[in-house]
Design a protein around this ligand. Sequence first.
Ligand code: BGC
Length: 612
Amino acid sequence: MTRKLTKTVTVIASLATFTLCVFLPAQQPAAAPSEAITGQSRDNDQWWKHAVVYEIYPRSFGDTNGDGVGDLNGVTQHLDYLQQLGVDAIWLAPIYPSPQVDFGYDVSDYEAVDPQYGTLADFDRLLQQAEKRNIRIILDMVLNHTSDKDAWFVESASSRTNAKADWYVWNDGVPATNTDLTDIQRSNVQTGPKGQVVPPNNWASAFRGTAWTWVPARQQFYYHKFYAAQPDLNWRNPQVERAMFDVMRFWLDRGVSGFRLDAIPALFEDPQLRNDPDPRNFGAPGYTWDLPEVHDVLKRLRKMLDSYPCERVLIGELLEPNMSKLDLWYGGTAHDELQLPMDYFFGLPGILTGSMLTGKDKLNASFYRNQLVGMSTQLHGSRPFLFFDNHDNVRSLDRFGDGTHNVEIARVVAALLFTSPGTVQIYYGEEIGMLTTTPTRREDVKDPVGRALWPQNKGRDGERTPMQWTPGPQAGFSTNPDTWLPIPPSAATTNVQTEEKNPDSLLNWYKALISIRRSSPAMRDGSVAIVDETNANVLSFVRTAPAGAKPVLVVLNLTSAAQIATIDLAKVKMGPGDPKTLLASPGFQAPTVLNTTSISLPSFAVWIAEID
Ligand code: BGC
């Protein structure tokens, strides 16, 4: 495998001929970068279509000041690692000042950096150093809500007459004597100016209980889709949109490459405040999610981003149950909303069936065949955004792993991700096989979700543990033994330093896949042709090649049993050819001739081959 890696890396260097794009404030001409560009190229022509995006949870990546919490300098320190991995862009989970009730998703100042993570100067240095390595920075942008400690909310909550009185979603409530109340309303009785009142409807917080909290100073309830410390902004007030667009300009002017829009379908609520049909089902259609008004905001936002050079990108967090719903979020045929809807349907199939609560997912050949076909037939040329892991979910290794073949399964999952025709996102530590390390005692839990729902739901701490860099103290994450979340025991063997030395490690598998994806035109832009439409255990498809390039065959055994793959290339209108293996799982004897043929695949085998 080491030999194959060397080959693909050579191809990358020869492809690095794209136009450079240097981030300067709008209207200024782009200048040449001060240092030579190495590694990834500044492909400015829809760069986001081919990007590998790496999500960093800033508390957990690298701690340079020894306080046990990660910081921005800790990200800068590890940029060389990310460059060698092949990362094009970093998505930073929120870095803004925050009381950290929801670890940054409760922002109290949108135009600064939380002192725990550093300063604006540290951020600028990160941007500059990342740019030297052709790595872009994408910020998480929380538009739906602020922290209750944000000056906007503090002012808004102080009276009914202040300048920001209408910046949040306020309501007087309804009389507690009404006869048509729901249980969730009855659980929140307050004393208002005209007697006892309850919230106006049954809306529930995604983090448990009622979504309405009482403020005595206003004698009113405010609405919060998430935690009470995360009041929802009132996007029907144009001043809110103006203020938030200004915030985004502040960061675009500094040189960020775009935003991941947190919980974007939650932006608007029903003005008639109608009861949700299924209030406890977060993300279900109703009156607090997916309201059409959000699309008008996205169109204006996209226009604003498009006024900047270097193709700034909008990635939106969604929860659509199937692919056909995504078209709307791209902006239909006008393509004037999100470039990349971040939906769960590909990497978290369990979220659609409710099995997420058990923390288990399944590699199902027909499901993934349908998804691959859907990407070509249902998105009308738009680009899917694919991922398996993020900071909100049990890591894929635990969801898909069977405890016996975990590394083999992780290889298949990664191969599926990187050979699919989409923009790809990975989550720090996924590339080395980090496990979810869930707290065992409620008093250790940091995530509000885990504290509120213990023990049915132990929260998201397990997937947010510190990055495992070395087998040494604190896994090389920090000099402080008191890290904000404990270092998992697996760090002794699962860490960057150890895996870099092992040619068969998961880390080197990721590097190889990223490298192939970057260097093969079929992998970059080819469409998908399914080779075997019925096999229940094996997924095999061809990434067809643009003119002059070679198609690539992908064969994945999704089971722990040996399987036979039937490779009939005629089915995908290709003649027999000599396959050139680009990557194969260790121990798999790749065929040297390819005709209508049956191939024996050992358990969880992966074969990726160029066809001459
Ligand atoms: C983020 C979560 C966060 C929530 C509220 C999400 O979708 O990914 O981590 O708790 O929004 O902001």
